[in-house]
Design a protein around this ligand. Structure first.
Ligand code: FAD
Length: 293
């Protein structure tokens, strides 16, 4: 089923994101986690894509997404990046996805390799932006539902929020059927973003990306890497419990639930939970908000 058909005003589309096993990790761990998550009956489970590096082989995205759809009976969305791919590479991947009856793709640019950022010289060959990939997929006549990413607080490479939203408009005009947001911890940033989308006449559904932060390492990485604003309520809670792992996990889950309740109450189109492949966390959150969905 095409995920775009799931969005309607009366129900919040509640979905999960998982990543394929790292190259040196046993695949069973992820398959077991997926089985537990499928029990929670999310609207769909998306599977991230790594064009190389440590994030697992790119083929594993298709295999995992196929498992979600064809073995576990849950709708899926395969992520796909384009930055250093050729049109031929992408065509082959699309053929593979079609062969596995996968109907939904989250079309992304991918992060620019460090070498490219340092040299300032783009290595880009055929695709420069996610909108190029969205357009390319849509002209293949393969009938995919194509989603795009969005950043409520602006993409780190963007000069300002306005140009970022205007670029997002290009992606939607290229045929993105819905959007999935980068994580954020301050809901007011998401509401301000929705207002900018309205002004730019971007009307496709937007799923809000929620990341439950459940351990100290994740918290520290969040401070270092994420461009997301960390409200005082967030940093205070985590500083208070940073040396008590169980309390920290409970606080992180409670924080995510609080965000989700506020978003659902405001009529958000969807919630996309970055599960970090942790079914117990996904379960606690899902069970706490199920009746609201
Ligand atoms: P784009 O939409 O192309 O935007 C990138 C930058 O280019 C922005 O600053 C934008 O304003 C600018 N831009 C866009 N179009 C134009 C234009 N026409 N002219 C000038 N500037 C333009 N990465 C992975 O490697 N694998 C994954 O599975 C993955 N999943 C993700 C899922 C979500 C929900 C999100 C939010 C991100 C994910 N990422 C993933 C990370 C993503 O690849 C990076 O954020 C990447 O840096 C940008 O990707 P994008 O698709 O948003 O790019």
């Amino acid at each position: 089923m095409k995920i775009s058909q799931l969005f309607n005003k009366s129900k919040t589309v509640f979905s999960f994101e998982v990543f394929p096993p790292k190259k040196d990790s046993p695949v069973e761990t992820v398959y077991n986690a997926l089985e537990e998550m499928a029990d929670l009956n999310p609207a769909f489970i998306s599977v991230t894509y790594s064009a190389g590096g440590t994030g697992g082989a790119k083929e594993s995205t298709t295999l995992l997404a196929s498992h979600v759809k064809n073995k576990l009976g849950i709708e899926t969305c395969a992520h796909l990046t384009c930055l250093n791919s050729t049109a031929g590479d992408i065509r082959a991947l699309l053929k593979d996805l079609t062969g596995h009856k996968i109907e939904n793709i989250l079309a992304l640019r991918g992060d620019r390799p460090a070498a490219e950022v340092e040299s300032g010289v783009p290595l880009v060959k055929e695709f420069s932006y996610a909108s190029d990939l969205v357009r390319f997929i849509n002209v293949q006549g393969l009938e995919f539902c194509v989603a795009g990413a969005c950043c409520p607080e602006g993409h780190p490479e963007s000069e300002d929020m306005i140009s970022d939203v205007l670029n997002l408009k290009k992606k939607v005009d290229a045929g993105a059927d819905f959007l999935v947001s980068q994580m954020f911890f301050d809901n007011s940033k998401f509401y301000e973003f929705k207002e900018r989308l309205r002004l730019a006449d971007i009307t496709v559904p937007v799923s809000a990306g929620i990341m439950p932060v459940t351990n100290k390492r994740q918290f520290e990485r969040m401070i270092m890497l994420s461009g997301a604003s960390l409200p005082a309520k967030f940093t205070q809670t985590f500083s208070r419990f940073e040396d008590r792992p169980e309390a920290l996990a409970d606080a992180g889950i409670a924080y995510a639930i609080d965000q989700i309740i506020d978003l659902i109450s405001s009529g958000v189109d969807g919630i996309h939970l970055y599960t970090m492949n942790k079914p117990a966390v996904a379960r606690k959150i899902t069970e706490s908000v199920r009746s609201l969905l």
